[in-house]
Design a protein around this ligand. Structure first.
Ligand code: CA2
Length: 152
């Protein structure tokens, strides 16, 4: 089996499903975790959320030591955190940056991501279904990389 994949979620996403359904829908983060696990029942999958930047950085470090891929929805840290960007830069495997909403359709403050330049791919605007799609895509990248033995 692969080493674990890490699915990391940033601030306020623990409140998903409770407010602003027009933008973020009514699905809770616990339900999203279920969608991810259903997409890869055999895969060791570490799904976490934090409102604290340092905790997300520590989890990226954990993934550097033990993970095969990262899916990250950094939420508001997307637009502010050079520290998360620096941590992700050290990760040798594939990284998918994910947003539930299409950040590019929103106000200009949501357009400049610190994470996109260090991500392998970006998914935005597919709603909660973006998560299981990201899981499948990430597993494909991990399998492809080990088959071809090429860097990302
Ligand atoms: O669309 C996404 O997934 C975002 O990463 C969500 C962030 C936002 O800052 C990004 O621009 C896009 C905000 C998450 C706020 O979480 C909420 C939770 C419950 C109700 C409303 C917002």
């Amino acid at each position: 089996m692969n080493k674990p994949i890490y699915i990391l979620n940033g601030p306020n996403l623990n409140r998903l499903g409770t407010r602003e359904p027009a933008i973020y829908g009514r699905t809770t983060l616990a339900e999203i975790e279920g969608l991810c696990r259903d997409a890869a029942p055999e895969q060791d999958l570490i799904f976490r959320q934090s409102n604290r930047e340092y905790e997300i950085i520590d989890w990226v470090h954990e993934a550097i030591d033990d993970g095969s891929g990262i899916i990250i929805n950094p939420a508001a840290f997307t637009f502010t955190s050079m520290a998360i960007m620096d941590a992700l830069k050290m990760f040798p495997g594939p990284i998918i940056e994910l947003h539930i909403s299409n950040i590019h359709r929103r106000e200009p403050i949501y357009h400049r991501s610190y994470v996109s330049p260090v991500a392998t791919a970006v998914i935005a605007g597919l709603g909660p279904q973006g998560y299981p799609l990201a899981v499948s895509a990430l597993l494909g990248m991990i399998a492809g990389a080990s088959a071809n033995e090429r860097p990302r």
